[in-house]
Design a protein around this ligand. Sequence first.
Ligand SMILES: Cc1ncc(COP(=O)(O)O)c(C=O)c1O
Length: 424
Amino acid sequence: MTNSLTQRLEQVYAPVIGWASHIEIVSAEGCWVTDVEGERYLDFACGISSVNAGHRHPKVLAAAREQLEKVWHAGGSFLYESLVSAAEKLIGITPPSIEKLFFMNSGAEAVEAGMKLARKVTGRQGILVFRGAFHGRTMGSVSYTTSKAKYRQGYHPIVPSVFVTPFPHPYRWGMTEDEATDHALLELELKLKHEVTPGEIAVFLVEPMQGEGGYYPAPPRFLHRLREITKEHNILLALDEVQTGFGRTGTWFASEHYGVEPDILLMGKSIANGLPLSAIGARAELLDAWPPGSHGTTFGGNPVSCAAAAANVDALGELIPRVPGLSAHAFDRLNELKGRHATIGDVRGLGLMIGIELVKKDRVPDPDAYKLLDRFAKDRRLLILNCGPDENVIRFIPPLCVGAEELDIAIDIIDEALTEYERR
Ligand SMILES: Cc1ncc(COP(=O)(O)O)c(C=O)c1O
């Protein structure tokens, strides 16, 4: 079907990226994409949560198109309206502690900027991160990433003075949420007693819900305790909401579920509904202490991406109120499936960021079940992704314009695939 394009790709393109499929698409609308042969696929991969408002959302499309007709690059040379409008709109939806922003292009760049800012303004070197986290692929961001050892393999030495401590994974550890929280907090306490003093730590970098690492929401007590410890020791708290942001969990940012306000907020992916843009947000006092010229970018805050980001705030503002109802429907149905399929060990998440963990007996990860499901789903014209170090957790992340009927189509396909797998 797409052989010739695949062959051409292999001639000219590095094989380094792990494509989820080689389906050649030619157009996209809402939750659906269409391939070169006119077949429509339900897109529950959602650009790894980068097109939360749905493909080619009309408001975002109109704003980007209008900007494209005027000017599409100004990079550090001129001022333009769309950058300031986007920043104003985004400040309006971020937590109250976020007073100013700076734009870049990718999530990894936002993370890098956050860590540079933290070191610069605190004068401390230590960066504390959580096992299972994903923060990006650049040399700095990969040094904070421990979702899979493969991401760091062959790249050492990586950035020094990065300290890793466990993030609670109750299901994987065979513990209750409380037990896992106690365990992770004890390990953190020991880390700060035996390996590094709190006074040497600039920042705690954490995802409020781990994404790539396996779709684990932080237990509320855990995130609250991190906020307390950081305040006690004048350590900054940076929340990486690159994947959890922009309505994915049913609120603008996942931190709203917890009532925890970050000092630094890292944003990307759906910020401009699929156009390249990312941002660091922080208290004004912190961003004002970053001297001009000590950080910068050529393409960051591109006029077209900024126009899209401003319109995207309006688009998502209409879609986010739908998420809790759709989420309840999805959780009800997926938990019902869990009752019937021994292969489903756990269903967890927030809003429409749901992880479905596939296992054998005794919670042993079952990547083969995911492989069969992936093939089955593609045959039925559904695109999904996995996550977790064992690649056995289904990411259930539809665009937020999804309807209950489309949720049901995807859940029925998962049901049928697991029935076939378990029959073998
Ligand atoms: C939580 C988180 N942080 C950072 C990144 C890196 O973003 P990018 O791939 O845009 O550099 C990702 C990407 O998946 C992510 O999920």
